[in-house]
Every structure is written in structure tokens, then in C-alpha cells.
Design a protein around this ligand. Structure first.
Ligand code: RIB
Ligand code: CA
Length: 322
């Protein structure tokens, strides 16, 4: 079974990725980072989610800020707790002693050639781990991230939140040389929880009802901000290559990150040109491919697959107030 470490900023869709990974894969660790909210809040959310799901997975707390620029924590989309819409149980474990950066390095060393690292928040922890341990990229089976877009952005017209939050960190990760899968908004926005799905969850057990409440809040916020009619399940898409690879199609493509200060900062520049020669005066040569980029998805089938994992999750005694 594929071993995964999720680096996240829970986050409604991060919470879905944790359940989906725990249901289908060997989730060996969770590391937290700022993003949707402060790292204090995203860490508490991760701990509460392990309590709700009744999973014994270590959680390591990570970075509060990007590598270079000060960051104002989210809250726009995921609410003041970072996971508004349902009451989660109190944590039943504390974070491990290691910082997330060290936990990532040690877990990759322990599961050498087996571990898939899944960044689904800003890439700051992963980038620092790459810098602290230069051998890290060679120890990983691969990196499968939710981030970027081949088309429209969300945080800016062309940039997606995880990349925009720390473009320098994303640049380090995209250049690291490990096998890399990138699923961006061009695909993840097609993977949406509908009001009918929410009604189904609300008629289920404790875990299903909790996720129904979370998705109800998340869908409402995405509707208010982006005019979307569904709750986009961005983050669990990063796990699909290892759970149901037939549902998302990837293409080999060079991806470069815009690091400038201008309008396109944080853009994932995906070069799909089919250049047949590199010796040209004015046409910029295509960089060497460094990434598998998601280009299409069977959105409804993937939502159904994720829904089955949620509905089928036995209530683990993470009862509120237990
Ligand atoms: O742009 C979507 C991404 O930003 C998701 O990972 C969501 O959780 C937020 O972190
Ligand atoms: Ca996230």
C-alpha cells in the first residue's frame, strides 16, 4: 500500500484529503503549515481531525510564515477557525516533538524510495526540508501536490493560493528533481460537492454529518466569493494518482514559477507548446519537463469515490464532547 505524508493547512478540502488518504493508503504522517489559517489553528484542526476519524497518525507542527514575505493568514474562504461549519472533537493527541521540516526528512529517510510527499498547502515546510537535507528529493518515491493552475487562478487572476502564498518555496520544490505530480485549479474546480451530496452526508453517521456541515460552509463561501455552485475538493485530487489513477489524466509538461513582484507573481507557467526545434531567435526554448500536470478529470466519478469513503467511514468514537 502506498505510504503518504500529507503537508497541509486544514482547511475543508485538506480534511477531505486526510480522510481519503487514511481510507485508501498508508497515511504515515501529517505535517501542518500556515495558509488557510495560522499554523496554530491548522495544527489544532489536524489534531481534531485525527480524533474525529480515530486514526493514530503522528502530527508535526510546521512553519508560521513563508520564506521571504510576511503573510496575512487566510480566513477568507475557510472561516475564522480555518475549518468552520461543524464542531470538531477536542484533540486526543499532541503534536510530536519534531518540527515538520525534521519530521518530513526523518520520515523520508525511514521509508526511503517508498514515501509519497503530498503538499496541499503552501510549500514552505517542504522547501526548507529540501534545503536542510539535500538528499531528500532522492529519497522520495515522488511528490504529488495540489497547487497552481494551467488556466485561471483564485488568489489572483493567474495564481493559485498554495503557490501564491510562497512562490520561492514552490520554485525550490518544482526544481528539486523528484518525480512530481501537480494538480491545479483547472482540474480541481471540476471536483465539486453539490447540495445533494451535502444532504446525503447530513443523513449519515457522525463523521458523514460532520463533513456535511463542513462542506455546507465551504460551498457557501465559494459561492459568495467566486460564484461557484459546488464545494471544490481541491486537495484530495493530489492523492488520486495512487488511489484511482484512471480518474485524472496527467501530461508531461515543464512548469516554472513566476517569482517577480508584478501582476503574475506566483503563476505556474505551464509550457504545453509542441516546439519541434530549440534553435530559434525570438521564440523562448521550452524548459526540460519536470512535472506531470493534471489536464482532465472525471469530476463526478471522483466526487462519488470520495463520498463513498466519507459515508463508509465507521464512526470512531470521536463524538463531540466525549
Ligand atoms: O487553492 C486551493 C488550495 O488553497 C487548497 O489547498 C486549499 O485548502 C487552500 O490551501
Ligand atoms: Ca490546503
Amino acid at each position: 500500500m502506498t505510504k503518504v505524508l500529507i503537508d497541509c493547512d486544514p482547511g475543508h478540502d485538506d480534511a477531505t484529503a486526510i480522510l481519503y488518504a487514511a481510507h485508501h493508503l498508508d497515511l504515515v504522517g501529517i505535517t501542518t503549515v500556515y495558509g488557510n489559517q495560522s499554523v496554530e489553528k491548522t495544527t489544532r484542526n489536524a489534531l481534531s481531525l485525527t480524533a474525529l476519524l480515530g486514526i493514530d497518525v503522528p502530527v508535526a507542527r510546521g512553519c508560521e510564515q513563508p520564506l521571504l514575505r510576511p503573510f496575512r493568514h487566510g480566513g477568507d474562504v475557510h472561516g475564522k477557525t480555518g475549518i468552520d461549519g461543524a464542531e470538531l472533537p477536542a484533540p486526543r493527541q499532541d503534536v510530536v516533538d519534531s518540527h515538520a521540516v525534521d519530521f518530513i526528512i526523518e520520515t523520508a529517510r525511514r521509508y526511503r524510495d517508498e514515501l509519497v510527499l503530498c503538499p496541499i498547502g503552501p510549500f514552505t515546510n517542504v522547501a526548507l526540508a529540501m534545503r536542510k537535507e539535500p538528499r531528500l528529493a532522492g529519497w522520495l518515491r515522488g511528490i504529488s501536490c495540489m497547487g497552481g493552475t494551467t488556466q485561471v487562478g483564485n488568489t489572483t487572476p493567474v495564481a493559485e493560493f498554495n503557490i501564491w502564498s510562497d512562490p520561492e518555496a514552490a520554485d525550490i520544490v518544482f526544481r528539486c528533481g523528484a518525480p512530481l505530480w501537480m494538480v491545479g485549479l483547472n482540474v480541481t474546480r471540476q471536483v465539486g460537492i453539490t447540495t445533494h451530496d451535502i444532504e446525503r452526508l447530513e443523513a449519515g453517521g457522525l463523521v458523514a454529518r460532520t463533513y456535511g456541515g463542513l462542506f455546507g460552509f465551504f460551498r457557501q463561501r465559494l459561492s459568495e466569493i467566486h460564484g461557484l455552485s459546488t464545494a471544490s475538493l481541491h486537495d484530495p485530487c493530489a492523492l488520486v494518482p495512487f488511489i484511482a489513477p484512471e480518474l485524472i489524466t496527467y501530461a508531461n509538461c515543464p512548469v516554472e514559477i513566476e517569482l517577480g513582484d508584478g501582476l503574475t507573481r506566483g503563476m505556474t507557467v505551464c509550457d504545453f507548446r509542441n516546439l519541434t526545434t530549440a534553435k530559434l531567435e525570438n521564440i523562448r526554448a521550452r524548459a526540460t519537463t519536470n512535472c506531470q500536470v493534471a489536464i482532465s478529470v472525471d469530476g463526478r466519478a471522483l466526487v462519488d469515490h470520495i463520498m463513498e469513503a466519507i459515508v463508509g467511514w465507521g464512526d470512531a468514537g470521536g463524538a463531540i464532547g466525549a
